[in-house]
Design a protein around this ligand. Structure first.
Ligand SMILES: *[C@@H]1O[C@H](CO)[C@@H](O)[C@H](O)[C@H]1NC(C)=O
Ligand SMILES: *[C@@H]1O[C@H](CO)[C@@H](O)[C@H](O)[C@H]1NC(C)=O
Ligand SMILES: *[C@@H]1O[C@H](CO)[C@@H](O)[C@H](O)[C@H]1NC(C)=O
Length: 134
């Protein structure tokens, strides 16, 4: 199933807020968004190949040092990120590692692919290309 980043983020925030019903004091959310440093704009990934996605770990708050991440593939089409939530590229990897290795899925040719990394909040890469799929 495809959905937008905004929809997913809203769902995550609803889940987060319902998990802490009626806090005695205002809930302070520490949000961090690791900046993706690879793939860079215009990178070319071949379907089936191994690739490394990298991000900046310098702004991770100490409270979040053990957070795990979720990495999703999307396409910038129709004013949406079209994230493929059903087929995550990687799950449950340590955010503080700063990189994760993935296998590029079999995808149709396109120059509008992105990856979005979720720690507490999503952060998308520039657009890159996938070739060699069907
Ligand atoms: C993160 O994990 C390490 C090792 O288990 C632990 O010492 C540290 O207290 C943890 N940090 C937080 C914020 O939970
Ligand atoms: C964008 O819209 C076009 C036309 O409706 C559709 O063919 C295409 O599949 C859509 N793209 C995505 C990623 O859903
Ligand atoms: C990820 O891929 C790089 C390059 O092939 C390799 O050097 C590294 O060991 C891999 N990391 C893991 C955790 O497999």
């Amino acid at each position: 199933m495809m959905t937008s980043f905004t929809t997913l983020l809203s769902a995550l925030l609803v889940a987060a807020s319902s998990a802490v019903a009626a806090p005695a004091s205002p809930l302070e959310l520490i949000v961090f968004s690791p900046t993706i440093t690879g793939p860079t704009a215009g990178a070319i990934w071949t379907s089936g190949s191994s690739q490394t996605v990298t991000w900046d770990t310098s702004n991770i708050p100490a409270e979040k040092e053990n957070s795990t991440g979720l990495l999703l593939l999307g396409r910038l089409q129709n004013n949406s990120e079209n994230l493929d939530i059903a087929h995550p590229l990687a799950v449950d990897f340590p955010i503080k590692d700063g990189s994760v290795n993935i296998t590029v899925p079999n995808e149709p040719f396109g120059m509008d692919y992105i990856v979005v990394l979720f720690g507490d909040s999503g952060n998308k890469s520039p657009e890159f290309t996938i070739i060699g799929g069907q």
